[in-house]
Design a protein around this ligand. Structure first.
Ligand SMILES: Nc1ncnc2c1ncn2[C@@H]1O[C@H](COP(=O)(O)OP(=O)(O)OP(=O)(O)O)[C@@H](O)[C@H]1O
Ligand SMILES: [Mg+2]
Length: 257
């Protein structure tokens, strides 16, 4: 494959809002759409993708960077671990000391190499705005911001979005994730839009709260690839499908422009 895929970062202004689970669920939906997906775990210190998917302790982005620096870089596929026929993972460094060596200059190098090997590169991030993450958000084609119905989260998101507005960047969509803490319903959608001063593009509803999510995680399973998911969570499955198809259409439009 040598056409250019699309890159999408899943980001937030607060921790624990469902970025990692959403990244994995989107990968599952892209697989249903027969797209080759790379999950790039850029949550460098707390990277949970490999753990969530029971990916064995193999190579990580640190190995790629190390080899690149030492003129030993091999093909991209040597650094990823296969989840299934459609989904590969580039794991985050296993050791915090390795994570510290991930200089921001490698963001572009990794993204550039990844994008020509996959239809979609999904980048799981961390809410800390380090240089590494700012550059990641700067370089990806699209950003999905996840917010919850939580005052602190919403206020932080307003600041984050205002930075994007200041630089006229509009390659982001906002997802209100009600599924991660369904008991939190202090604000209505209208209030939330007012607080963050931006539109809510998609909502993952309370119905998508999965009681036995830990079982999926323990078994390394992707919820959206479960045969019952599309009927059991039909509304939210359709939303996730909509997000994937919207982003893909936009990507194709940009490629043809
Ligand atoms: N749809 C859901 N139903 C039930 N629990 C969920 C759902 N989505 C996420 N969770 C749970 O919420 C917690 C936070 O989710 P997740 O790890 O995806 O958030 P995160 O934004 O990636 O966190 P961090 O900022 O620490 O990386 C996890 O324990 C996860 O299992
Ligand atoms: Mg996470």
């Amino acid at each position: 494959m040598n056409h250019k895929g699309i890159s999408i970062a899943i980001a937030s202004a607060k921790g624990g809002v469902g970025k990692t689970i959403t990244t994995i669920n989107l990968a599952g939906v892209f697989e249903e759409l027969k797209k080759r997906v790379l999950i790039l775990d850029f949550d460098l210190s707390g990277g949970g993708i490999s753990t969530a998917l029971n990916i064995p302790n193999g190579k990580s982005s640190y190995h790629l960077v190390y080899d690149y620096n030492n003129n030993q870089y091999q093909e991209f596929k040597n650094y990823v671990t296969k989840y299934d026929e459609y989904i590969d993972v580039l794991a985050s460094p296993k050791d915090p000391r390795q994570a510290l060596k991930m200089d921001p200059k490698y963001v572009e190098i990794i993204l550039d190499k990844a994008i020509f090997n996959y239809d979609v590169v999904l980048v799981d991030t961390n809410h800390d705005l380090t240089d590494f993450h700012v550059l990641t958000l700067d370089l990806v084609d699209n950003i999905l911001f996840l917010v919850t119905n939580d005052p602190l989260d919403l206020k932080n998101m307003r600041s984050l979005i205002s930075i994007f507005k200041d630089v006229n960047a509009n390659n982001y969509k906002v997802i209100l994730n009600e599924s991660v803490a369904p008991f939190k319903n202090y604000f209505g959608i209208y209030d939330i839009k007012n607080i963050i001063k931006a539109n809510i593009d998609y909502v993952l509803s309370k119905d998508f709260y999965i009681k036995n999510i830990d079982k999926f995680v323990m078994n390394g399973k992707i919820i959206t690839l479960d045969s019952k998911a599309s009927s059991f969570f039909s509304k939210d499955y359709t939303t996730l499908m909509g997000i994937c198809t919207d982003l893909f259409k936009e990507g194709e439009k940009n490629e043809n422009a």
